[in-house]
Design a protein around this ligand. Structure first.
Ligand code: 3HC
Length: 312
């Protein structure tokens, strides 16, 4: 069948909500953008362990420590799940990790911000995982089967992540003045970078139109950002915290919260590697990769000796 016909059939199949599997015919550009998005999603999960891991030894109670430990372990699992989904498209774990470590692949800019107080762990769960849920639930209906199925498992755990973060902030906001101030300080620092998690405005997104036509993205960056703001502002008011946006106002006619403009120069600076923690995050991930080489070599040596090659 001619390539043109194959593409037409692919577009019609995806438009009819068909699921593409790893052995399906797909345009190179579909494969390429999925490897790009899924591998960067996986990188985000793995790098995202660092800001939270920073508090594992300093959590205020054994219960909070156990919850944070479980969450960080979940994130590692999400990363491995997503690397495995990306590998079904023909890329390899080594290629993806190399692209992360040499800076050619991105990860979510949000993880390049520091976590100086315990309230940051609450803000990450509440805002970052909250934004992740807003973005990931539609991905459960992504046209690429392995990604959609990975997302179903991930989203179940994200709900726990978001709730435990919000619970931390409820405790702080019902505590002393100093604890309430710590919670407000964290919201002040995490609010705008959380809005940036949804990507640039639709008009500035080079991928959105194609990703939406191919049912990878189900909603646009701005649509999901607006949904996140509409859900999160009332939660901040419940906590007694102020959203750091002087332009925030409820629009009765639309039922949405109008909000100000994220600092897109800051966004681009952090994407370019000039965020508060970019160097530290990659340095630590590189060190973990080098220190873990012996484990990979041992596993490969064992597999070579004891694991039969898959039947041709
Ligand atoms: N941080 C870093 N890069 C970003 C970004 C962000 N917040 N938002 C957009 N970008 C990048 C895109 O990757 C793209 O660059 P590239 O061509 O080099 O890949 C460029 O900016 C243009 O953005 P687009 O909107 O056109 O790109 P996409 O269509 O891919 O949309 C996205 C960006 C919404 C992040 C989309 O890739 C997506 O939905 N990814 C899956 C979800 C994800 O990766 N979330 C990251 C956080 S994971 C997380 O928080 C887990 C939780 O458990 C903690």
């Amino acid at each position: 069948m001619e390539a043109g016909e194959l593409l037409e059939r692919f577009e019609a199949f995806v438009a009819s909500e068909g699921k593409i599997e790893s052995d399906s015919w797909m345009p190179d550009a579909y494969r390429k953008t999925l490897v790009r998005q899924i591998s960067q999603h996986a990188h985000s999960e793995i790098i995202g362990m660092q800001p939270e891991g920073n508090w594992l030894t300093r959590a205020p109670s054994l219960r909070r420590k156990a919850i944070l430990l479980a969450k960080v372990q979940d994130e590692a699992g999400h990363g491995l799940y997503l690397y495995a989904a990306a590998e079904t498209l023909g890329t390899s774990r080594d290629e993806m990790v190399d692209a992360l470590l040499d800076g050619t692949a991105k990860y979510s800019s949000i993880f390049n911000y520091p976590t100086p107080t315990w309230a940051d762990i609450g803000a990450i769960g509440w805002l970052v995982d909250g934004a992740a849920i807003m973005n990931q639930v539609p991905l459960c209906r992504c046209s690429y089967g392995p990604y959609a199925r990975a997302m179903k498992r991930v989203c179940k755990e994200e709900s726990f992540h978001q709730r435990q973060g919000f619970d931390i902030l409820v405790t702080l906001c019902r505590g002393s003045d100093a604890q309430r101030a710590m919670a407000q300080d964290a919201l002040d620092r995490w609010w705008w970078p959380s809005l940036m998690m949804f990507g640039p405005h639709d008009g500035d997104s080079p991928h959105s139109a194609t990703s939406m036509r191919w049912r990878i993205k189900r909603f646009s960056n701005d649509e999901l950002r607006q949904r996140f703001v509409d859900v999160t502002v009332p939660q901040a008011h419940f906590l007694g915290l102020r959203i750091p946006d002087d332009e925030l106002v409820y629009d009765d006619t639309t039922g949405h919260w109008k909000f100000g403009e994220p600092d897109w120069d800051e966004f681009q600076r952090v994407l370019a590697g000039d965020g508060p923690c970019n160097a530290e995050r990659i340095e630590r991930r590189t060190r973990a990769h080098v220190d873990g080489a012996w484990v990979r070599e041992a596993a490969e040596a064992y597999a070579a000796k004891h694991v039969a090659a898959p039947a041709a």
